[in-house]
Design a protein around this ligand. Structure first.
Ligand code: ATP
Ligand code: MG
Ligand code: FE
Length: 332
């Protein structure tokens, strides 16, 4: 079974073709990072316009990579939410037009289900499974008892992890997107500042990063008031140590509490070297396999959407012509 996936929820225009939900056949991505850099973040209107311009080329590129024709495609899966509404609409309308013209079934996919299924290219899932989702808009712990079944056991009460990275990076005058920049600087610095860790209530699997963000901003501000200047590398290393400590510890505790068969990590921040290393050390010799996608499958792509779409397709789900972009779609 071949699924064509389409993803346009934020600033990546992506089309992919995936076989049986786990074999990569084509994965085409056009990133808009350069266009948004000068604004220091994603500008929704600019993103929508780029998606319109890029989507046809990216679609062609996917078929070229796959060396396949439309006859071989079984269904079209598209991100219906969450994300930027104008950006989502480009993907949804493209998918509807193609499904109608080529007479293919249409499947709506939750963007975060996609991030989770980016892990299935590596290894088959084993349930119950715990997923740590860390992206630009989400920080969640999700328990899966089967394919396509999601129970939220914890989430951020304020900023997402990626959002905290991007905001701290902006304070440090680093270019957008800030996550990879801080990740790099952190390797050149040391944890000289003891930033707070938001553990919250004893048994809580929720997160909070806005206090940490404020603490970083205040620390920089106070130092400059005293006429001192802190090393960016040390700020990056200290900030990252706090984020990684909380993410790793809570994931470990949740994995024990729910006695899971597998732990997977998903979303853009899963590309973070410090986080990958800390999680690998924590779960090494634990008997609990840890899956983290290769770097290019951590950030937005359409292969993950096709992979999650395959599961939905197998379960018999089909979207109608009334499929619409839903910027606040819930994962369930
Ligand atoms: P969502 O998936 O929640 O809708 P999104 O699609 O914008 O949001 P992703 O594309 O999954 O988010 O991830 C982008 C985020 O990941 C950005 O905040 C970026 O700074 C962060 N990020 C990417 N690489 C790294 C890294 N190496 N270290 C830390 N953060 C990173
Ligand atoms: Mg992006
Ligand atoms: Fe994403």
């Amino acid at each position: 079974t071949y699924i064509l996936g389409i993803e346009t929820s934020c600033d990546e225009t992506a089309v992919a073709i995936v076989k049986n939900g786990k074999e990569m056949v084509a994965n085409a991505v056009a990133s808009q990072i350069d266009s948004h850099k000068r604004f220091g973040g994603v500008v929704p209107e600019v993103a929508s316009r780029h998606h319109v311009e890029q989507i046809t080329c990216v679609l062609e590129e996917a078929f070229l990579q796959a060396n396949m024709t439309w006859e071989q495609i079984d269904a079209i899966a598209v991100t219906e939410g969450p994300g930027l509404v104008g950006a989502l609409l480009i993907g949804v309308n493209t998918a509807k037009a193609l499904a109608f013209a080529k007479q293919k079934p249409l499947i709506g996919v939750h963007h975060i289900a996609g991030h989770i299924y980016a892990n299935r290219f590596d290894r088959e899932f084993a349930f119950p499974l715990l997923a740590l989702i860390v992206s630009g808009g989400h920080t969640e712990l999700v328990l899966m008892n089967d394919h396509g079944s999601y129970t939220l056991i914890g989430e951020t009460r304020d900023d997402a992890a990626g959002e905290a990275y991007d905001k701290v990076a902006r304070t440090l005058d680093l270019p957008y997107p800030g996550g990879p920049q801080i990740d790099q600087l952190a390797t050149e610095g040391a944890e000289t500042i003891n930033f707070p860790r938001a553990w919250l209530e004893d048994d809580s699997f929720d997160f909070s990063f806005s206090g940490l963000k404020s603490s970083v901003i205040n620390t920089i501000h106070n130092a400059s008031q005293r006429g001192e200047s802190l090393k960016k590398e040390d700020i990056a290393a200290s900030f990252q140590a706090s984020v990684v400590d909380v993410l790793t510890t809570k994931t470990w505790k949740a994995a024990q509490a729910y006695n899971v068969q597998q732990v997977i990590v998903a979303g853009g921040v899963a590309a973070n070297q410090g986080l990958r290393q800390a999680l690998e050390e924590k779960f090494q010799n634990s008997g609990m396999p840890l899956l983290i996608p290769p770097l290019k499958l951590c950030t937005d792509n359409a292969a993950m959407i096709a992979a999650a779409g395959f599961v939905s397709y197998e379960q018999g789900n089909r979207a109608g012509w009334d499929l619409n972009a839903n910027p606040s779609l819930i994962l369930n």
